[in-house]
Design a protein. Structure first.
Length: 86
């Protein structure tokens, strides 16, 4: 990860931490991140840092949030395509 992205993630973590501390609920937290334009890998990395969980737990929190339905559908279609290609 380049320095610019590390700084962006650190800034997002600092901004998002009080939100999580005020309401430690996964779906609401993902709604917040989506609302500020934090998506994809960045949202997973911010979730991991703020929540203090491992990468798998952060990915699960990201992909199971109702506001991330489009991301989950894309993820599932890619996995299905990979499975079919084998």
């Amino acid at each position: 990860m380049d320095a610019e992205r590390r700084m962006r993630i650190a800034d997002l973590v600092a901004t998002a931490r009080p939100v999580w501390e005020g309401n430690p609920e996964g779906a609401a937290f993902q709604e917040y991140l989506k609302g500020i334009g934090c998506d994809g890998v960045d949202a997973v990395l911010v979730t991991k840092a703020v929540v203090g969980c491992d990468l798998g737990e952060a990915q699960t929190m990201f992909l199971t949030a109702p506001c991330r339905a489009a991301e989950l559908a894309f993820h599932n279609s890619v996995i299905e395509g990979l499975e079919r290609s084998q």
